[in-house]
Design a protein around this ligand. Structure first.
Ligand code: AMP
Ligand code: ZN
Length: 137
């Protein structure tokens, strides 16, 4: 089985990582709908939330609680959309459970259109988020 997110977790493919724990990893989406668009996923491969463990489902929400405020601070956002595409019918492209944190800012229209920032821009955003996360320990 080949899974791009498992390859990222294994370090075989680079990513702009912002957070990692024993069970969860979070990195920037390479096609962000807004600056700071982050994917949060369990390290254990499961195609969707319910084929994974309940513990991993709980860990995903814990990770959101931990990292979302720092993402908002780093990119100057006021809120966020949290999303999960569950199944091809819902638009799931990568068959490894993941949540999308999509920061939103007052006055900026919400869009789900992907953008294509440079590697340098993504790296700078990831660095800013990691710096905010470090402040809260
Ligand atoms: P979904 O449609 O929910 O399966 O979303 C998959 C997301 O993964 C999309 O928003 C892609 O832009 C994103 N994506 C695909 N490959 C990578 C990658 N190598 N690094 C970061 N994000 C990726
Ligand atoms: Zn996987």
């Amino acid at each position: 089985m080949s899974c791009i997110f498992c390859s990222i977790i294994a370090g075989e493919i680079p990513c702009h990582k912002i957070y990692e724990s024993e069970f969860v990893i979070a990195f920037l989406d390479i096609g962000p709908v807004s600056t700071g668009h982050t994917l949060v996923l369990p390290k254990a491969h499961a195609e969707n939330l319910e084929t994974g463990s309940l513990a991993d489902a709980e860990r995903l929400m814990s990770a959101i609680y931990t990292i979302a405020p720092s993402i908002l601070k780093a990119v100057g956002a006021d809120g966020y959309n949290l999303g999960m595409n569950h199944g091809e019918c819902a638009g799931q492209d990568v068959m490894h459970t993941h949540l999308h944190i999509m920061p939103r800012t007052n006055g900026i229209p919400r869009t789900f259109t992907k953008t294509h920032p440079s590697k340098e821009e993504l790296a700078a955003t990831a660095e800013a988020i990691r710096a905010e996360l470090q402040k809260v320990g």
